[in-house]
Design a protein around this ligand. Structure first.
Ligand code: NAD
Length: 272
């Protein structure tokens, strides 16, 4: 794993930021960004958006091949990591100026049938791992007086839906963790925010469409129209790059006063 002890991808980010000497010039030049779940969907879009603005990106994912190939494309670094391995994460000291806690999974089932193992797995991946990663990056961020923690939550961090007990619980917990991080980190130049997308066009949602169709005994087209888009004002799924553009803005200097907040991006879904 990319630890404090390992040499960074590029020279000292702080120096490089001042010197503006990154190969891609941009407002994030010299910043080192770790994106979990970076091999697919929203995480991959975030990795691309951060790299396009000059950050040195670490694509962290259990999908080793996916992480490596995107890291190669972006001139960054890959980190093959299973974020369910919390014992390893407890030992970690991670160098990052920007941490995007994005990795997530979804299991859809009524509570009475919900596997306790699945429930625990989702809390571990989507609450405990972000906590351990934040814990691993904060000392370095505090030392350098700069940090951006960006937690990919969901509209389900703020509102519930049936059959998603573990996911809704985890995302609500992530909102709390994000706010506490904001309160502790503020005086050290560290901000912490959530981004709360509605349904985004990714493999995770494609799986969900099939699950919801089965649970509600309706077709996949009906799931899209009746469950995903009915309450949306803009009748389409969110694109991953649209989430990534908010993440990239939060990572930059202009968002220095934005902390402890949650950015809903759902085409109006939760306005109703
Ligand atoms: P995705 O399935 O496309 O990507 C998730 C990535 O996480 C994959 O690359 C996967 O390999 C990785 N991952 C899963 N378990 C891991 C583990 N144990 N260790 C390391 N990596 C692991 O999903 P996505 O739709 O891009 O979702 C990303 C995040 O966005 C999730 O937190 C999800 O809850 C959130 N989100 C998604 C949507 C949506 O509609 N797609 C909406 C709101 C929020």
């Amino acid at each position: 794993p990319p630890s404090e002890k390992r040499p960074p991808v590029s020279p000292d980010p702080e120096e490089q930021h001042d010197a503006g000497s990154s190969s891609v010039q941009g407002e994030l030049s010299g910043r080192r960004a770790v994106v979990t779940g970076g091999a697919s969907g929203i995480g991959a879009a975030c990795a691309r958006a951060l790299a396009a603005r000059g950050a040195a990106v670490v694509v962290a994912d259990r999908d080793e091949d996916g992480a490596r190939s995107l890291a190669e494309e972006l001139g960054g670094e890959s980190w093959a990591v299973d974020l369910l391995d919390t014992i390893a994460l407890e030992q970690l000291s991670l160098r990052a100026d920007i941490l995007v806690n994005n990795a997530g999974i979804q299991v859809v089932s009524p509570i009475q049938d919900f596997s306790p193992d699945d429930f625990r797995r989702i809390q571990t991946l989507m609450v405990e791992a972000p906590f351990l990663l934040i814990r691993a990056v904060l000392p370095g961020m505090y030392e350098r007086g700069f940090g951006r923690i960006i937690n990919i939550s969901s509209v389900h961090g703020l509102r519930a839906s049936p059959f998603k007990s573990a996911y809704v619980t985890a995302k609500h917990a992530l909102e709390g963790l994000s706010k506490v991080t904001a309160l502790e980190g503020g005086e050290h130049g560290v901000t912490s925010n959530c981004v709360n997308p509605g349904y985004v066009r990714t493999p995770l949602v494609e799986d969900q469409i099939a699950d919801q169709a089965r649970l509600h005994s309706i077709s996949e087209d009906e799931v899209m129209n009746r469950i995903m888009l009915t309450e949306s004002a803009i009748k389409r799924l969110v694109e991953p790059r649209e989430v990534a553009s908010v993440v990239a803005w939060l990572a930059g200097d202009d968002a220095g006063m934005v902390t402890g907040s949650s950015y809903v991006m759902d085409g109006g879904w939760s306005a109703r």
